[in-house]
Design a binder for this molecule. Structure first.
Ligand code: ASP
Ligand code: MG
Length: 406
């Protein structure tokens, strides 16, 4: 007998019929003798619908109240799944974040889990009950409801699996696994049987939407084997696990892209100590995540500084940077919101030289200009004009992973 955490995403619980199908999957797992915690997302589209309601109620909705509102999506599906399971003769009971006690910090709408108390879940499991948990939500030290950021039910599931010492965490979704690239753009993309935590972390942070990045961080830290698979096909999906030597044989495991990018350049910044801190301090305090940064000093004692942020943060970042640029006597600020980031990822890069050079060659041959570059041990990312996103992704997939298979 093993302990399994299963998480079902929004499309898997989109209506009562699908919830009945999910109940079937859960019942089969339970019948096989496993102890079972099931984490659910809100019905597909529900979180967006609730956020839109908040925006109708207030011009700038308060984060705390917005969390109270959006957390209801998962409360609905947890109750419906528990009801459906009971109706099919499976002993089940629903739990909200605060009832279990998934404790988070107070960063509403993007809270981080700080502690998980699993006593209550253990008691339910011990009694043979399937515990159905509302994903995405937690409670802060004051007792306020928090949510974990979009896609946060993945993190609820992996965090519970870690806290319970579960044998596996199954993430059921509407795709059958993790692909070498987005199949909507690259028809030759193929499903990976296994992928290393570090590769998945990069892919998730680079725009692959299949798992929330924090869930992968949890999985890696607590070594939770994660199985991403389809709710509807029952076929084996992709295992996200610790790396092994076979994975290193391929230089590139995946090609990712992210259109959610914007670029800002501060022109002719006086080149002296403390200036970068003056520029980035206010941005950090506004909770805006800066991704790539390039600084280019010129002979006249000034430097141009370019960096990227998520597109949704552009206006805010721009206002802050305009202000600081004036204060420090920079020449001006320019920005571009139609850029995208394209990346190749693979732990094999540690041992295969020349991936970056080959990447620039491939992009150059397609006439795509590289605007910014950043590298890590296992990835190379470039910023390009957004209109070249598809072309770049396809060309790189062809070059590194392979085109059409015979
Ligand atoms: N319902 C939340 C969202 O749409 C959380 C999740 O589905 O994982 O982002
Ligand atoms: Mg998701």
């Amino acid at each position: 007998m093993s302990l399994v955490v299963q998480k079902f995403g929004g499309t898997s619980v989109a209506d009562v019929d699908r919830i009945r199908h999910v109940a079937g999957v859960v019942a089969a797992t339970r019948a096989a003798g496993h102890e079972l915690v099931v984490v659910v997302s809100a019905m597909a589209g529900e979180t967006n619908r609730l956020l839109a309601l908040a925006r109708q109620a207030a011009r700038t909705p308060d984060d705390r109240e917005s969390d109270v509102l959006v957390a209801t999506g998962e409360q609905v599906t947890a109750a419906l799944l528990a009801l459906t399971l009971q109706d099919t003769g499976v002993d089940a009971r629903s739990f909200l974040g605060h009832q279990i006690r998934i404790e988070t910090d107070s960063a509403f709408s993007r809270a981080r889990i700080v502690r998980v108390d699993v006593d209550r879940l253990r008691r339910a499991l011990g009694a043979g009950t399937v515990a159905v948990v509302a994903g995405f939500q937690g409670v802060d030290g004051e007792g306020s409801i928090t949510t974990l950021g979009r896609g946060g039910s993945d993190t609820s599931a992996v965090a519970l699996a870690a806290a319970l010492g579960a044998d596996t965490c199954e993430i059921y979704t509407d795709v059958d696994g993790v692909y070498t690239s987005d199949p909507r753009i690259v028809p030759q993309a193929r499903k990976l049987d296994r992928i290393a935590y570090d590769e998945m972390l990069e892919l998730a942070s680079l725009g692959a939407k299949v798992l929330q990045i924090r869930s992968v961080e949890f999985a890696k830290r607590y070594r939770v084997p994660v199985h991403v698979r389809s709710t509807f096909s029952g076929a084996p999906g992709t295992w996200v696990v610790e790396e092994d030597s076979r994975m290193e044989e391929v230089s590139v495991a995946g090609v990712a892209y992210d259109r959610d990018e914007a670029k800002l350049t501060i022109l002719r910044v006086p080149d002296r100590p403390g200036v970068a801190a003056r520029l980035f301090g206010p941005i950090a305090r506004a909770n805006i995540v800066v991704d790539m940064i390039i600084q280019n000093a010129s002979a006249d004692g000034t430097t141009d500084l370019t960096f990227t942020v998520a597109r949704g943060d552009y206006a805010k970042a721009r206002a802050l940077v305009d202000e600081t640029a004036r204060q420090i006597g920079a020449q001006g600020v320019t920005g571009q919101t139609d850029v995208a980031k394209v990346s190749v990822v693979g732990i094999g890069m540690r041992t295969h030289a020349g991936i970056a050079a080959r990447m620039f060659e491939v992009l150059g041959a397609e006439g795509i200009n590289v605007q910014m570059i950043s590298t890590s041990e296992i990835k190379v990312s470039v910023v390009v004009d957004e209109k070249y996103t598809e072309l770049a992704v396809r060309a790189l997939h062809d070059a590194f992973i392979g085109g059409p298979r015979p």
